[in-house]
Design a protein around this ligand. Structure first.
Ligand SMILES: [Zn+2]
Ligand SMILES: [Zn+2]
Length: 286
């Protein structure tokens, strides 16, 4: 990576000390680049802190990439035991990069599903995560959107059913108090409009009061995820209306995440996004 054209194109942010709390690496089957590659990219970007959040989804009823982890080039089914190599690699990276000015944190993007609480508690107990992130990528044993011939939740639920169920699940996840943050809160908008129409932009409104009450009571935050810009949108996950409403309701909005799946995406659009979360500038402090 460090000699590739992509690496050469990585530019430093105009300010120092920012953290990126949502990065994959090639332990995630849908990502490329080693832990070390991401750390080098983070240093070149001028970040002070990077938190790895590999995918971890134990709903084996929906067979997709997040049910697997890649170890030494081989795919293995995900589970508490198979995370040991990932945990060791992130810890080793911290030892190596901290003296160079980069703190490397251990996180997980836990894939929430209808009966996930026990699995979440189990894995959280097993490893000393610095950051436990909840990602909602499926609903009712369906991915949010289908792939090829595979039906997705958008295919089987009406808009009313979908948003009711979706926000019910987010609220349920928050109520467990297990998570530091909810990832990409309105991620569904990436593909929902062709199915549900323009009402997608405001469909969250009836559900936010209850959700934000639970988030603030349990100390669960929401991240600002910049990947939406890479998905052809002109906003973040979630949209500004939700970010502002969350802040107003006392929900913690302190983490920026690039959702990088390639090293050159580390700190993606943080030039602009950092203005929304001044506290994302933490400095390299263990
Ligand atoms: Zn992914
Ligand atoms: Zn995610």
């Amino acid at each position: 990576m460090s000699d590739s054209p992509e690496f050469d194109n990585i530019t430093a942010l105009p300010f120092a000390g920012v953290s990126d709390y949502h990065c994959h690496c090639d332990f995630s089957v849908d990502a490329v680049g080693s832990v070390e590659d991401y750390c080098r990219a983070a240093l070149k970007r001028g970040l002070a802190e990077i938190c790895f959040t590999t995918h971890y989804d134990t709903n084996y009823a929906v067979n997709y990439s997040d049910n697997y982890i890649r170890i030494d080039g081989k795919k293995k089914q995900i589970g508490p035991d198979s995370l040991a190599a990932y945990v060791a690699a992130v810890r080793a990276a911290h030892e190596r990069f901290y003296p160079l000015g980069l703190s490397v944190k251990l996180g997980l993007e836990f894939g929430w599903h209808d009966v996930a609480e026990e699995a979440a508690a189990l894995v959280r107990e097993r490893y000393p995560f610095d950051y436990f992130l909840c990602g909602i990528h499926q609903l009712g044993n369906k991915c949010l959107w289908g792939h090829g011939d595979v039906q997705g939740a958008f295919d089987i639920y009406s808009p009313e059913q979908f948003f009711e169920l979706y926000f019910h699940q987010v609220t349920k996840a928050a109520r467990t108090g297990l998570f530091d943050s909810i990832a990409h809160l309105d991620y569904y908008k990436r593909k929902a409009v062709p199915y549900y129409g323009s009402g997608v932009a405001t469909a969250h409104r009836p559900y936010l009061d209850e959700l934000f009450t639970v988030l603030s009571e349990t100390g669960t935050g929401i991240e600002i995820n910049t990947a939406a810009l890479r998905h052809g949108r002109d906003d973040y996950y979630p949209q500004m209306e939700m970010i502002n409403a969350a802040k107003k309701a006392g929900v913690e909005v302190v983490r920026l995440g690039s959702d990088a799946h390639r090293p050159e995406e580390v700190g993606f659009d943080f030039e602009a996004a950092t203005a929304l979360v001044p506290s994302a500038i933490t400095g390299c402090d263990d």
